[in-house]
Design a protein around this ligand. Structure first.
Ligand SMILES: *Cc1c(COP(=O)(O)O)cnc(C)c1O
Length: 238
């Protein structure tokens, strides 16, 4: 695990780069939220980031997420948790009401399961629709051409709110290769927003990771998800 000083330095660097990318695109840096992706890292690393002032953390596995939420709730910490990884319908009950945003909804069936849990707990659950933007077989996500229909179907559910779109862009050496995908994401949010579907907003675009978040911001990302750029190399053996 990185030291506190290293995590502080990485965060300062990432935040500087976020601000610079926003400015290059004529955007307000405050319109870009940083999700610190803490999957596989110990709670101490998260505590260092919190000390630095980071408030939003993203996890991709339900069990790890709820474990960390339990830990920080017991300490009365006010941070915000996002689920950024695939969610199985039978696991919604563990996270609905405990996460500020679920980034990875890619089917009506899953949205319905979230809605049912949210209704039971009398909460509204904010979600993003995950797109498979590079059309990769290995990835979850709805195809871009199916997105509007899915959003329309989900919009009738009373206890979920669509806030925008999310994608995990292809892994590339040169982030410029993903620019067209990020642009396609932005265009899709504009197209869907123009349909004025009840209960649906397209305010958030969650795209860009350590390797490509600056390009994503230039193309309109409002949420970037950065893990290794903050916490260092991941050890999947944990
Ligand atoms: C792991 C993960 C990230 C962060 O990836 P880094 O390359 O470490 O920044 C972002 N989004 C999702 C969905 C992830 O699973």
């Amino acid at each position: 695990m990185l030291s506190k000083e290293e995590i502080f330095q990485n965060l300062a660097e990432v935040k500087e780069k976020i601000a610079a990318a926003a400015k290059r695109a004529g955007r307000n840096p405050e319109d870009v939220k940083l999700v610190a992706v803490s999957k596989t890292y110990p709670v101490e690393a998260i505590e260092y980031a919190m000390e630095e002032g980071t408030v939003i953390f993203g996890e991709n596995k339900v069990q790890e997420l709820t474990g960390k939420i339990d830990y920080f709730e017991a300490k009365n910490c006010q941070n915000e948790w996002h689920l950024i990884g695939h969610l199985q319908t039978n696991k919604c009950k563990y996270i609905v009401g405990r996460t500020a945003l679920i980034h990875s909804v890619d089917s009506f069936k899953l949205a319905e399961a979230i809605d049912k849990e949210a209704a039971k707990k009398d909460v509204i659950c904010d979600i993003l629709i995950e797109l498979n933007i590079g059309d990769e077989d290995s990835k979850f996500g709805c195809r871009p051409e199916d997105c509007e229909a899915l959003v329309r179907d989900i919009s009738i559910l009373k206890n979920v709110r669509v806030k925008g779109l999310m994608c995990v862009a292809p892994f590339v050496e040169n982030p410029e290769e993903n620019r067209m995908f990020f642009r396609q994401m932005k265009n899709l949010t504009v197209d869907i927003a123009n349909k004025n579907i009840d209960n649906v907003s397209m305010c958030e675009i969650s795209m860009g990771m350590t390797g490509d978040y600056e390009v994503a911001i230039e193309e309109g990302a409002t949420i970037v998800r950065v893990g290794t750029g903050i916490f260092g190399k991941r050890n999947y053996m944990i």
